[in-house]
Write a protein that binds this ligand. Structure first.
Ligand code: A2P
Length: 269
């Protein structure tokens, strides 16, 4: 298959929208898949930001927010998606094949960027489900390692199969030709499940709250003096983790006022 021969579009491409070609698709479970598309030459984005993705299957296509999972130096764009059986976008998006066309609005944005945090020793990335996607981008960006000595990524899913994307990401880091030199020994992955037995079980909020998280990793407790936190997951998860870090003295940051933590909702349907 020649990916340059994209299938003809049935509908005109809306203004300010790129039409890109699917390069590869990987299904992890009946609820999760990742895909890579060609990258428009003119697209600039910060690692950790999201774009709006749609399909050319209607006059007015449905667009949904997707964190870019690839770093900003990558020639392709990677995304990690949930499949919602009756979801207006994902019910169709989950069927894409290499060569198909995916639409993308031309602007990227988002709060999970290193420039919204002040420098510190450790960066904690707290994620559930597809909320790991922006961290997949940031973990492959040299800037992350310029600003922080240690990165601790937590990923919580219902079962073990849903943890595979994060596991693969982590396993590939040290051998990455571009980023491998920087990551050696500086990244920790803490994967937990809530509905299937595994080595580490429970919601991250409970594990931090009880102190088991620190004991499991043998690390110092979260401290706004030395640490920064990025949070990405469902609305409920964001609320609970935000409350938790605020109770520990962390203050929310933004590009105009960098702080000690940032949050963003993961794409959910
Ligand atoms: P749980 O199984 O206890 O609901 P989902 O697949 O529904 O998006 O959830 C992804 C993961 O996030 C699940 O392991 C789920 O745990 C966990 N989770 C859901 N709500 C919260 C919350 N408020 N705080 C922390 N973790 C949560």
């Amino acid at each position: 298959l020649n990916i340059n021969e994209a299938k003809p579009l049935g509908y005109p491409i809306p203004a300010n929208v790129y039409a890109e070609t699917v390069v590869s698709v990987k299904h992890y479970t009946d609820r999760l898949f990742s895909f890579r598309i060609t990258r428009p030459q003119s697209l600039r984005f910060r690692s950790g930001e999201f774009v709006m993705i749609g399909l050319p299957n209607a006059e007015k296509p449905v667009f949904r927010a997707y964190s870019v999972a690839s770093p900003n130096w990558d020639e392709e764009l990677e995304f990690f998606s949930i499949k919602v059986p009756d979801g207006p976008l994902t019910s169709e998006l989950q069927k894409i094949q290499p060569g198909d066309t995916v639409l993308m609005r031309q602007k990227s944005t988002g709060t999970l960027v290193v420039d919204a945090l002040t420098p510190a020793k450790r960066l904690f990335m707290i994620s559930t489900g597809t909320g790991i996607a922006p961290f997949a981008s940031l973990l492959r960006d040299p800037e992350t390692y310029e600003k922080f000595d240690q990165v601790i990524l937590t990923h919580t899913c219902r079962d073990i199969a849903e943890l595979a994307y994060g596991r693969e990401l982590y396993d590939a880091l040290d051998n990455d030709p571009l980023i491998g030199e920087l990551t050696g020994g500086r990244v920790t992955l803490y994967s937990t499940t809530t509905r299937e037995p595994s080595d580490f079980m429970g919601r991250i909020t409970a594990l931090i709250g009880s102190g088991k998280f620190y004991a499991d990793l043998g690390i110092e407790k979260l401290d706004p003096e030395t640490d920064r936190v990025m949070i990405c997951g469902s609305m409920d998860m964001l609320k609970d983790v935000k409350e938790l870090v605020e109770s520990l003295g962390f203050a929310e940051g933004s590009l105009s006022h960098p702080g000690s933590f940032v949050v963003e909702r993961a794409f959910v349907g």
